[in-house]
Design a protein around this ligand. Structure first.
Ligand SMILES: [Zn+2]
Length: 76
């Protein structure tokens, strides 16, 4: 298995939220977050994720489906 770095993980999460990635890939992300000292603390990971969402929001409205997926992700 190719090791993901932290930036790749964030990009992949974004694709997942956009519905462009399957659950298998998402499991790889979860594995990274679980093992990575940097992404490990979920609080920090979520903060980076939310920062990306805010960035995305400035480009235009965030689709409801995207928000739904995001909140589901953060609640796990
Ligand atoms: Zn990481």
């Amino acid at each position: 298995m190719t090791e993901l770095d932290c930036e790749q993980v964030l990009q992949l999460v974004w694709k997942f939220l956009d519905g462009e990635m399957d659950e298998t890939r998402y499991l790889e992300i979860q594995a990274h977050v679980a093992a990575c000292a940097e992404c490990g603390p979920r609080y920090q990971f979520q903060r980076r994720l939310l920062a990306l969402v805010e960035l995305k929001c400035r480009e235009g409205p965030v689709p409801t489906e995207l928000k739904r997926r995001l909140f589901r992700l953060l609640e796990e």
